[in-house]
Each structure stands twice: as structure tokens, then as C-alpha cells.
Design a protein around this ligand. Structure first.
Ligand code: RP5
Length: 159
């Protein structure tokens, strides 16, 4: 079974990153969650980036705040697609530091960056990546999208 790896720089990122975990579990996708700090556990980061693909992980979602090196560093070490979640953490200057350090990767090492605190979209994007080669996941994404549409149509009825 395909797995998504969700990592974050600190446990303090979990309230944001939980949205990715929840939406993936809603699609019945297996999630492996860990805390890996680029600054405080560089050896663990190295080990994670080098070995995630051999554990069956197909996509990595990495969230961090402030000077957020985790997504870019894991992307430099892993052959897997990496989705970056900028987190508006307590040490962040309004979130911009985290957004820019995750978004502005140099050519050659992509990190697909979602919105500030946009972990839910990171989870959906990871599911869509898996769904491009897994019909069962693709079907669930189509149902999810129908649900989004139905919600808007229903809300328009109440006007
Ligand atoms: C980053 O620093 C983490 O990703 C977190 O967003 C931020 C603050 O970490 P803590 O001081 O709460 O552990 O590395």
C-alpha cells in the first residue's frame, strides 16, 4: 500500500499539519508521521530523506515555520515528490519567512509549496499524486470534488 510521509520541524507544527493527516486518512491513505528538525536533528533528516522511498513512502509532506529548511533539505536528499507547508509558527515574522524559504527553491530541487498553514491542500495534492496511478484513490478524489460542488450549490439555495 502507498504511504504518505508527513514530517514537521517541531511538535508545535502538529495543529497545522494535522489537517494533512486527517484528509489523507479520510481517503484511506496510510500516513507515517514524524518530527524531523533540519536544524536540531540533521542526522535524522539525512536518514529520513535518504530512506523514505525504501519504506514504501511515495510522497513526502514537510511542514516547518520560520527559517524553514526542512522541505528543501528533504527534497535535496529524496527522489520522492515533496510538498512543502509553510507554518506560521511562534518564531515566524508573519509567516513570510517560512513561505519564501519553502517556495523559492533554486532550479533543480522542486518543493511544491502550498499556502501558509495550507496542510489540508498538501494532503489533497499528495492524494492526487497517488491517484494518478491508483484508480481507487482517484475515485475517492472525484467523490470529494463532487462534495465540494454540492456544498456550494446547497449554500446558494439558502440565499
Ligand atoms: C521550526 O521552528 C519548526 O518547524 C517550528 O515551526 C518552529 C518553532 O519550533 P519550536 O520552537 O516550537 O520547537 O523549526
Amino acid at each position: 500500500m502507498s504511504k504518505v510521509g508527513v514530517i514537521m520541524g517541531s511538535k508545535s507544527d502538529l495543529p497545522v499539519m494535522q489537517d494533512a493527516i486527517d484528509i489523507l486518512k479520510g481517503f484511506d491513505i496510510e500516513v507515517e508521521v514524524d518530527i524531523v528538525s533540519a536544524h536540531r536533528t540533521p542526522d535524522k533528516l539525512f536518514d529520513y530523506g535518504k530512506n523514505a522511498h525504501s519504506r514504501g513512502i511515495k510522497v513526502i509532506i514537510a511542514g516547518a515555520g520560520g527559517a524553514a529548511h526542512l522541505p528543501g533539505m528533504v527534497a535535496s536528499l529524496s527522489p520522492l515528490p515533496v510538498i512543502g507547508v509553510p507554518v506560521k509558527s511562534s518564531n515566524s515574522i508573519d509567516g513570510w519567512d517560512s513561505v519564501l524559504s519553502i517556495l523559492q527553491m533554486p532550479g533543480g530541487v522542486p518543493v511544491a509549496t502550498v499556502a501558509l498553514n495550507g496542510a489540508k491542500n498538501a494532503g489533497i495534492l499528495a492524494a492526487q499524486i497517488l491517484g494518478s496511478s491508483d484508480q481507487c484513490i482517484l475515485d475517492k478524489i472525484m467523490v470529494y470534488k463532487e462534495g465540494l460542488k454540492a456544498k456550494v450549490m446547497d449554500s446558494a439555495k439558502d440565499l
